[in-house]
Design a protein around this ligand. Sequence first.
Ligand code: FEO
Length: 169
Amino acid sequence: MLSQHIQDIINEQIKSEMYSAHLYLSMSAYCETINLSGFAKLLREHNEEEMSHAMRLFDYILDRNSKVELGAIDKPPSDFPSLLAVFEKVYEHEKAVTEMINNIYALSVKEKDYPTQVEMQWFISEQVEEEKTALHVLERVRMVGDSGPALLFLDTHIINEDEEVEEIR
Ligand code: FEO
């Protein structure tokens, strides 16, 4: 069974992962409204990935014969000044998530909760990939700047680029 502290912090992380899912879905809707369907699809896929992170933690709590307590998910922003602002926010958000994951790991070390350390190692590795992908997309968006033709090209190819980054990993 999980300690109360570990149970609480993992329940909080489930909420954070669900917020990430909400945030990326809201960003996806914004991209659709500015006719960038490739970026919209990329963010919609990230929404699903964040929900899978939440469910992995959900199942972990249950596997440890402990209690899942779902919290209210904050409303994500629905207005964004630009595509660049969206991906700057994605990168900053992923760095904040990494801090949260590291905090759970640190607590599990402090409490000598070895199974939680092993579970968190998966998330620590995942966050390396999440930050890498977020930065890759952000740098591409920065690179095209205000060039409409370059932006349209990137929008068409961004999904493939994301998959190529996955393959390089
Ligand atoms: Fe679940 Fe993007 O971190």
